[in-house]
Design a protein around this ligand. Structure first.
Ligand code: ADP
Ligand code: ADP
Ligand code: ZN
Ligand code: ZN
Length: 807
């Protein structure tokens, strides 16, 4: 750092969220790590201040008139900020992803591949050259006309329409038909047309059955309805519709979920026969490169795709486009993502994978003098992959950029040029900068919780529990798992480890949890795409399921996608709070029921924002952002509702309390206090009750789910499945969470976690290490046993790190 003055970013008097008049300096063109326990103020500093200010400046420089809009969205509250690079790019693990996006669209690889096929593809004799758009299922020019670019179609069969062929039409053999009048109408039309509606279905002639079920004709006949319950009905003109037509038409047009679900019971989802599921029109699929069409190329793991493209060098246009594709793919394989295929949809990716995808995409841009603000880029990374990530971050910095990363992973923190430690505690107990400088100086920060964990990590405590039984899976085949055998011991704590893409999620969520779910007969309501017998189709043999009485899956999916859900509503503790308000004298006098204190129904809420407390502010260049509601100023309620006080506080005041404050306030209300206690136990005491779901990280969402499970009565024999529960947690918070999970095991339950944190694996009773690599190079059990046994294994990339953690 040559010219100290000019190469420093100076922040003065920062008051964003819980930050208390913070002054901090850090170098430009450096890798800066921001550390501290959950809720200490890391994000408030990194995203709320550095990112927000840099972006505001960037917007101002390109569009001076945007200032007003920026102010409206809230520029960071600070006395002075100098030295910040003028432009900014960032990656954020939080926030929704688009359902239709894929690895190819996020990285823009799809565009290059389409260009390649369009310009340099091999066309059939006499075929016209197609433009890039014709290779995209999302454009009218490219979409398969048969399935409209969906890749799937619904189809019906005699079996699906007539489940019981022993019945006659009058006895409702054609179960797919609508009930009530409409069904009788079709029956009477068939009778009028001369079909026998009283013979068992299977005795009707083949030709009749086909016509009744599948015809595209819609004959109109005069129906003389048969007498029913003594009522005489008038003749009318009825139009016939075959059962197939009815079902498919309903699926294509209905707005009613009930009708749709009913129709789905009689239809099968098949890959579109016209495009084979590729979503593209035939003309596009006829074009090939290196012997494969675009759908085939997009289905290859990126590392395999690169190998296929590399030799193709004869044509100048092809050479240029291929070189560009290869360079982009290399950036991805370098970050350990070579096992992904371009057609993989983003909702099936983990937050860590998605962030690294975006990071790799920016690597190829030629920007410099930019500050990148990253949220835990090591999330979801095996320690071995973290090394590769560090090389990539170094390259970004060497190109003349600044990096500010919120991190918990010691390896990343030690690698950083500069460390900003925020704390010491969460919320109002944090918000101060305890250390800003090279790592060594942290030793002098007496109050820092990070100091102890980073400079003198505690040795893991082994419990050495004995399993009470086991679930044995034989012949597991899903994604990259091929005929894999694996045992999960019961009554103990198991950590599943392995590099990214090795098959951990597939095994634990896709197979183990699915098998238990099927066995218990429970369905996963928010995941309609997953067929219920998923596990059964992917496992040859399972034993030991009967020892599990309940399944609790705690994943990182958001607890809600709008500001309407928050932790108070999700955990149910808000119901108790609303009852307390409704029971006050004032409320009883005015006849306000508990519903009055809900911001989700009309009555008590502010109607301007419909209880959201915020209105969408359309900002140029910015994705949807929210500004406080101009009428209630974020309170969510109308003035009359806010006049009701419980112990001197309005319902809006309660939503503004942190979990910790609320615990004191409701200490003598057991129903509410119990929920708050578990929220504190999972390390969320700093969150406010009304914090919208949209502002929660995946890790926070996961811990809220865990807390709401824990507050239910604890019976034993429950299987808890968690996906990297330490994401977003400081080592000090990890300790608290682990104590909680181990207590569950001591109470007779089984815990299975997917984990990269070696301190967690080292303290487990059992470790299953998958690998050895990602994608096709993974899917096998490399080692399984106690942490010490796995650490001794010769193979696998986990052993050396586990050895280190065991000390
Ligand atoms: P960290 O990143 O260290 O986990 P945060 O910066 O997210 O911590 O939070 C620090 C404090 O600021 C917490 O008390 C949190 O509840 C509060 N906070 C975070 N985001 C907001 C927000 N959008 N509005 C108000 N308070 C917030
Ligand atoms: P891990 O959890 O260890 O990172 P995953 O189980 O997510 O690994 O992935 C293992 C392999 O299965 C990878 O090759 C991945 O690309 C593939 N895979 C995972 N989920 C899906 C999916 N929904 N569709 C297709 N392939 C998948
Ligand atoms: Zn199609
Ligand atoms: Zn309002």
């Amino acid at each position: 750092m040559p010219d100290h003055e000019n190469s420093m970013v100076r922040l003065r008097g920062v008051r964003v969220h819980n930050l208390r008049e913070v002054d901090v300096d850090f170098p430009r063109d450096a890798l800066v790590a921001v550390t501290g326990v959950s809720g200490s103020g890391k994000s408030s500093l990194a995203f709320g201040t550095v990112y927000a200010e840099a972006q505001a400046r960037y917007l101002e420089s390109v569009a001076p008139y945007a200032r007003r809009l920026i102010d409206q969205a809230g520029a960071p509250e600070a006395r002075e900020i100098t030295g910040l690079p003028p432009a900014v790019a960032f990656q954020q693990a939080r926030g929704a992803v688009q359902a239709r996006s894929t690895v190819g669209t996020v990285t823009a690889l799809s565009n290059s591949l389409r260009l390649l096929l369009s310009r340099a593809g091999t066309y059939p004799e006499g075929a016209e050259r197609l433009d890039s758009d014709s290779f995209s299922p999302n454009t009218p020019a490219g979409a398969c006309p048969a399935c409209h670019g969906l890749g799937r179609i619904h189809e019906v069969s005699e079996n699906s329409l007539v489940p019981d062929p022993g019945l006659s039409i009058r006895e409702k053999a054609i179960a797919a038909w609508p009930g009530a009048w409409q069904g009788k109408n079709y029956r009477d039309i068939l009778a009028t047309l001369g079909y026998d509606v009283d013979r068992p279905w299977r005795e009707l002639p083949q030709a009749d059955r086909e016509w009744i079920l599948f015809t595209d004709e819609q004959p109109v006949v005069t129906v003389h309805p048969q007498r029913e319950a003594g009522r005489i009905q008038r003749p009318y003109q009825g139009t016939y519709q075959s059962a197939r037509r009815y079902v498919l038409h309903t699926l294509a047009t209905t707005q009613s979920a009930t009708l749709r679900n009913r129709a789905l019971q009689h239809a099968e989802v098949l890959p579109c026969p016209a495009c084979g599921g590729s979503k593209l029109r035939p003309e596009a699929l006829a074009v090939t490169f290196a012997g494969a069409d675009i759908a085939e190329l997009a289905a290859l793991p990126l590392s395999v795709l690169a190998a296929k493209l590399r030799p193709e060098q004869d044509d100048e246009v092809a050479r240029v486009i291929v070189a560009d594709l290869l360079a982009r793919i290399e950036a991805l394989t370098e970050l350990g993502l070579g096992y992904l295929a371009m057609d993989r949809t983003t909702p099936t990716l983990s937050a860590g994978e998605l962030q690294r995808l975006r990071l790799a995409a920016t690597l190829r841009s030629t920007l410099f003098g930019v500050v990148y603000v990253l949220d835990e880029p090591s999330a979801g990374l095996h320690p071995d992959d973290t090394r590769a990530l560090l090389r990539v971050l170094d390259r970004i910095r060497e190109a003349g950029n600044s990096l500010v990363v919120v991190e918990h992973e010691p390896e990343v923190i030690r690698h950083a040029d500069w460390l900003i430690d925020v704390g010491p505690g969460a919320g109002e107990h944090g918000g101060r900068v305890l250390h800003s400088g090279p790592l060594a100086g942290l030793a002098d920060a007496a109050e820092s919780v990070t100091r102890a964990h980073l400079l003198d990590p505690p040795a893991p405590v082994g419990r050495h529990r004995t399993p009470t039984g086991r679930i044995e899976l034989r012949g597991v085949s899903l994604h990259n798992l091929v005929e894999t055998d694996v045992d999960f011991p019961l009554g103990v704590f198991t950590a599943v480890t392995g590099v990214s893409g090795s098959g951990k999620t597939t095994l634990v969520t896709g197979v183990l949890a699915a098998a238990v779910r099927d066995h218990l007969g429970a369905s996963r309501p928010d995941d309609e795409e997953e067929p219920e017998d998923l596990a059964a189709r992917h496992v040859r043999e399972i034993t030991g399921l009967e020892a599990v009485k309940r399944l609790v899956e705690v994943d990182q999916r958001p607890i809600g996608r709008t500001p309407r859900s928050n932790l108070a509503t999700y955990t149910g503790l808000f119901d108790g709070v609303r009852k307390l308000f409704a029971a006050t004298d004032e409320a009883r006098e005015r006849k306000y029921s508990a519903g009055r204190f809900s911001f989700n129904v009309d009555g008590g809420r502010c109607e301007t924002c419909q209880g959201e407390g915020a209105v969408a502010a359309k900002l140029l260049f910015l994705p949807n952002s929210y500004a406080p509601c101009p009428v209630c100023r974020g309170a969510r309620y109308n003035p009359e509702t806010l006049e009701i006080h419980y112990r001197g506080r309005s319902i809006a005041d309660v939503l503004a309390m942190t979990v910790e404050e609320a615990r004191e306030f409701f200490a003598d209300v057991p129903a509410v206090a119990r929920s708050l206690d578990t929220l504190r136990d999972v390390g969320l005491s700093y969150l406010t009750l009304g914090q919208p779901a949209t502002e929660l990280s995946g890790g926070e969402a996961q811990r809220i789910k865990l807390a709401s499970e824990l507050q239910r009565t604890r019976r034993g024999r429950t299987l808890f499945v968690l996906d990297e529960p330490t994401t977003g947690l400081h080592p000090a918070d990890v300790e608290v969470l682990m104590r909680l999970l181990h207590a569950l095991v001591d109470a007779g339950n089984t815990v299975v976690v997917i984990e990269h944190d070696m301190s967690v694996a080292a303290a487990a009773d059992h470790v299953i290490d998958l690998g050895p690599g990602g994608g096709d190079e993974g899917g096998a059990v490399v080692a399984a046993g106690t942490p010490a046994e796995v650490a001794r294994a010769e193979t696998g990339r986990t052993a050396p790190y586990l050895r280190e953690a065991l000390g």
